[in-house]
Design a protein around this ligand. Structure first.
Ligand code: GUN
Length: 283
């Protein structure tokens, strides 16, 4: 079997086309969705990410503001900027790009973002809402993974899903979303003694570790759906995920490529959350 490719670029295009219409309707009503992106320091990867986010806003008809500050910015200065954006009616979503310089407490910064503008879904209020099934913003990467499952007609209900990774940004919220969708969920991590034992039983595997070849063909049940959240470089410097793509695609029924899989969906779901934030204000 050669797996179906779950094309995150094509799915993103489809979602963004629909979003552009919602954004245009909001603009016509005087509520152009606005995203503020704050970047502190000169991390080259972060610079690429924030540029892509701002470009995606522009292409979809959202207003965006990119605020760039030197790594010497103090925590107090950053908190003051976040508080000002909380009060800014033209801004519906606030994103502070991580990682932050070591002298700034990222938790404190995230907790200062108003939960109604927390389009990254990182605030404890958003995490808590997800936990208890209340309305809140879902973190963009796991939200995008759920959309990809939906796009191929994979309903998690009754399925065994194995999430590899327990980060606050991907692993934990991914497990919650799958649970909410009535999957039986196993969360594996660096302390799991026999990862393959778990993954071989999975109907859905989500790999979110940040390490190459965490999932190989012998670890996958034939016909499983595999979502690869990883973003790594191989020995030739080429972008690759956590999954041994060439091996696993011969066993799985569907798989996301890297690049062109989960990556574009993360930005798309940020736009979705920002438009939704504006719609809540406009309602
Ligand atoms: N750094 C890497 N990914 C992300 C993300 O999705 N949001 C923020 N704020 N920072 C990140």
């Amino acid at each position: 079997m050669t797996a179906q490719l779950i094309d995150g670029v094509a799915l993103s295009r489809q979602i963004r086309t629909e979003l552009a219409q919602r954004a245009a309707a909001l603009s016509a009503a005087g509520h152009t969705p606005g995203l503020a992106v704050i970047l502190v320091g000169d991390n080259p990867a972060s610079q690429v990410y924030v540029r892509n986010k701002v470009k995606a806003c522009h292409d979809t008809g959202l207003h965006s503001v990119l605020e760039q500050y030197p790594a010497s910015m103090t925590e107090q200065e950053l908190l003051a900027r976040v508080r000002a954006l909380n009060e800014d009616a033209s801004i519906h979503g606030i994103l502070v790009q991580l990682p932050l310089p070591a002298h700034i407490d990222a938790h404190k910064v995230i907790e200062t973002i108003s939960p109604v503008k927390d389009v990254d879904g990182f605030h404890v209020a958003s995490a808590g809402a997800l936990m208890v099934g209340q309305e809140g913003f879902k973190p963009c990467t796991p939200y995008g993974c759920m959309k990809m499952l939906q796009a191929i007609g994979c309903n998690p209900r009754g399925k065994h899903a194995v999430v590899i990774g327990r980060s606050n940004i991907v692993g934990k919220p991914m497990a919650m979303l799958l649970l909410q969708a009535n999957a039986t969920v196993t969360v594996c991590h660096s302390g799991t003694p026999d990862l393959a034992y778990h993954t071989r039983q999975a109907d859905i595997v989500v790999a979110a570790v940040g390490k190459r070849n965490v999932l190989t063909a012998d670890m996958v049940k034939p016909g499983a759906v595999v979502i690869d959240v990883g973003m790594n470089r191989n020995d030739e410097g080429k972008l690759c995920g956590d999954v041994d793509f060439e091996g696993v695609r011969e066993v799985a029924s569907a798989i996301t490529p890297v690049p062109g899989g989960v990556g574009p969906m993360t930005i798309t779901m940020l736009l979705v959350n920002t438009v939704e934030a504006a719609e809540r204000v406009a309602a």
